[in-house]
Every structure is written in structure tokens, then in C-alpha cells.
Design a protein around this ligand. Structure first.
Ligand code: G1P
Length: 289
């Protein structure tokens, strides 16, 4: 089967990052590094690997470092070149002319509202959404795995990962239907269900491939969990009208919106590196003994 190709990805990056203060007082939380790479770069690389051509950032005040990160760094590059230094670490970060596109979310009204701010750039095409504070490590990456299934089945896809039952009130939770390998039919989604009311322990971990009709639902937003306009509520309205699939990623998830998850990501990715892994491993062993 063939479906409209997936070319665009939306990155909601307007959030204030209050959970990481003071680190994020003057720096976007998406610039927090795991080892030596900012979270946003992991997210963009995941999208590019999946064949995405147009990167769309939904940004806000104080997020200028994100724009600079994907641009030319003239002084840095000129100086490195003059000194004969290797450019390998910054090769390929700068995107093709005209990408990324930046749109502003003027007020923090929720994830649904942030995504809706990109409606004119998304247009009448399917689009991906990646939440950069969910770091997904796998080969291929989460989005590439999900795109493969999208090309087979079409419709809408959302990530579906198991979490412990006591954490279901923190996430969008799926009511699962038929299961086919890593693909699960999504019968309903609820944003942050109250403790003890979750339909399952399958959460949506910030990876989506959605059809553009979701934007028409967000044209008339409703206030949901936490007093915010929730993407989950808009998706819920599409279920039944369009196919909705959950995809269970083959790889590792780090919740870098959480301090413990962020430290775990740094440790795991440092240990996996050839250059610093051995030194970190030896230090960690000593620390734990
Ligand atoms: C958002 C989404 C939620 C999703 C979560 C993943 O919640 O609204 O559905 O499960 O990201 O991290 P937030 O973390 O912004 O509260």
C-alpha cells in the first residue's frame, strides 16, 4: 500500500523546563547535553534517520540557542579551520537552507496548542512529532522503526511503551486492542488518568505520526488534564474515524524530563562510548563499592 509520504516533523520546544532549574534559567532545556550532544540534536538526528526532510520547531522566547545550534557558527568554524582542527564533531548539524522552520507558541497552553501552532507549515500532510526530552536509543531509531510500520499500514501511529502501574498518571495512556507484533490497535487514549483508573500501563512516549485532520480538531480546542490543551484529547477524537496504531519501540527509553532519567541517560551513553566508556566504568565501579 502507498500513503502520503511523511516529510515533516514538529518538535515542540517552547516549554520552560522548570523541572531542571537552575540549569534551565537562561538555557533551553532542549540544550541539556547527554555526554556531549544536546537533547534536541538526538531528536533531530532521529527524525533525519527516518527520512524526515522538514524540521519544524515550535519555539518561544529565550530559545535562541536552539536556532544557533542548527545554524552556521562562523567564528567557531573559521577559527577551527585556521587552527587545522577536525570539524567532525560539528559536521552535519547545520541543516539544508530553509530548515529548520521556527514558529512561535506565544503562551504555554499545552502540547496540543504547541502542535497546532505549526498547522500552516504542516499543511495537508501527515507529520511526525518528537518530544526531545524523551531520549530514545536504538538502531534503527524509534521514528525510523515507526515509519517502517506506517509505510505498511498508514493511518496514525503513536509510541506505546509499558511503564509501572504507579506511573500511569504521568502520561497519555492507551486502551489497547488487537496486537500484531510490535503494533497494537489503539482503541482510546486518555491524558494522565487519575491513579487507579488507567486502562493499561501502555504510555505514549512522545513519538507520533499523525494525519493532518488532527489540526482541524485542534482548531476548536478543549481544556484537558492540568488545565492544558492536550494533544492526547485531540487524537482521542480521531480514533474510530481513522486507524490508530501503537508502536512498541525496540530500544531503550530515557525520560530526560526527569532528573534521575537524565543522569541515567548520561551514564548509559557514556558507558557505551569507546573513548570515555572504560574510564567511566572504572570510576562507577569504585563509587559503588
Ligand atoms: C506529554 C504528553 C503525554 C506523553 C508524555 C511523554 O506529557 O502530553 O501524553 O505521555 O508527554 O513524555 P508531559 O510530559 O508534557 O506532561
Amino acid at each position: 500500500m502507498s500513503f502520503k509520504p511523511l516529510r515533516k516533523a514538529v518538535f515542540p520546544v517552547a516549554g520552560l523546563g522548570t523541572r531542571f532549574l537552575p540549569a534551565t534559567k537562561a538555557m533551553p532545556k532542549e540544550m541539556l547535553t547527554v555526554v556531549d550532544k544536546p537533547l534536541i540534536q538526538y531528536a533531530v538526528e532521529e527524525a533525519l534517520e527516518a527520512g524526515i526532510e522538514q524540521i519544524i520547531f515550535v519555539t518561544g522566547r529565550g530559545k535562541g540557542a536552539l536556532e544557533d545550534h542548527f545554524d552556521v557558527s562562523f567564528e567557531l568554524e573559521a577559527t577551527m579551520r585556521a587552527r587545522g582542527k577536525s570539524m567532525a564533531a560539528i559536521d552535519g548539524i547545520r541543516q539544508k537552507p530553509g530548515s529548520p522552520v521556527y514558529v512561535r507558541q506565544q503562551e504555554p497552553l499545552g502540547l496540543g496548542h504547541a502542535v497546532w501552532c505549526a498547522r500552516d507549515i504542516v499543511g495537508d500532510e501527515p507529520f511526525a512529532i518528537i518530544l526531545p526530552d524523551e531520549l530514545m536509543v536504538g538502531a534503527p531509531g524509534f521514528m525510523a522503526q515507526m515509519v517502517k510500520e506506517y509505510q505498511r499500514l498508514g493511518g496514525n501511529f503513536i509510541g506505546a511503551l509499558e511503564v509501572p502501574a504507579e506511573e500511569t498518571d504521568k502520561y497519555g495512556i492507551i486502551t489497547p486492542g488487537a496486537i500484531d507484533g510490535r503494533v497494537t490497535e489503539v482503541k482510546a487514549v486518555v491524558e494522565k488518568p487519575a491513579k487507579g483508573t488507567a486502562a493499561s500501563n501502555l504510555m505514549t512516549p512522545g513519538r507520533y505520526i499523525l494525519q493532518p485532520e488532527v489540526m482541524r480538531i485542534l482548531d476548536n480546542p478543549v481544556t484537558g488534564a492540568g488545565g492544558e490543551i492536550q494533544l492526547t484529547d485531540a487524537m482521542a477524537q480521531l480514533i474510530g474515524k481513522q486507524p490508530f496504531h501503537g508502536y512498541t519501540f525496540d530500544g531503550q527509553r530515557f525520560d530526560c524530563g526527569d532528573k534521575a532519567g537524565y543522569v541515567q541517560a548520561n551514564l548509559a551513553l557514556a558507558l557505551a562510548r569507546d573513548d570515555i566508556g572504560p574510564a567511566v566504568r572504572e570510576f562507577a565501579r569504585g563509587l559503588l563499592n
